[in-house]
Design a protein around this ligand. Sequence first.
Ligand SMILES: C[S@@+](CC[C@H](N)C(=O)[O-])C[C@H]1O[C@@H](n2cnc3c(N)ncnc32)[C@H](O)[C@@H]1O
Length: 261
Amino acid sequence: MSTEKWLALEEEGGKVFLVQIVEETIKIKGLGVFNPAELLAEKQVGETVVIGQKILTVLTPRLPELYRGMKRRAQTISPKDAGIFITKLGIGAGDVILEAGLGSGGLSLHLARVLGNSGTLITVEARDEHAEVGLENLNRAKNCLEEFPIHHHISGDIVDIAEQVSQISQGVDGIILDLPNHETAINAVVELLNPGGRIACYCPVTSQVERAWQTCEDNGLVVEWAGELMERKWGRASKGGIRPVNGPFGHTAFLLIAHKR
Ligand SMILES: C[S@@+](CC[C@H](N)C(=O)[O-])C[C@H]1O[C@@H](n2cnc3c(N)ncnc32)[C@H](O)[C@@H]1O
């Protein structure tokens, strides 16, 4: 268990700030300069606090707060898509999961939560400036979650790192690829997948799904599921009742899951 104490502060409207409770004056982007210990150490979850012009509610930093309050650089995988990856790959305690690219670590936060202390997460990222953000988000999660997996980060291109992964673990139970070129990535790491394991591809455009599908089959994997998840939020209507809220019905990505039988 970490000795660091963190709290989440939710602004009206939903923005979340993650704050480490330290006994010194610090600057937090969007909140300003203040001493977290002086202002927050005695606050209970659910209480409000005023910082500058902002009225904020104190919350426990669980996975939803960690995700909403994370630092962002590369585009993140949303909870909707992270959830289906976790269930369709059957990811849980004790698994070894390989993920590329780490990016901002949006998916990694979800993986860390379900892997717990007995799991292993191996992240790969070609751009160190992206990894810096993703690793900082994972470090915060390590300090806030009750359990956290063994984590290895490999800096480099996924096509070059199979040997390094096999030195960490002889095989992996799942591979998740969120990067532009799935074919070369699948070809490079498919041998690492344990029999029974699954590979998942996150594909913003259809041409990526088609190529990933073909490459999985060329490598003897069975495509188990491909498709997309649509999410429609509901809210209170101004004249009473509950209904789907107005707003864009957005697209995230097409997903593909293939099984090594
Ligand atoms: C969209 S971001 C990943 C976001 C991440 N899944 C999340 O939820 O925050 C894609 C990342 O893949 C990295 N990338 C692209 N090609 C790569 C490769 N061949 N090997 C390793 N990383 C790669 C990019 O630098 C970028 O940071």
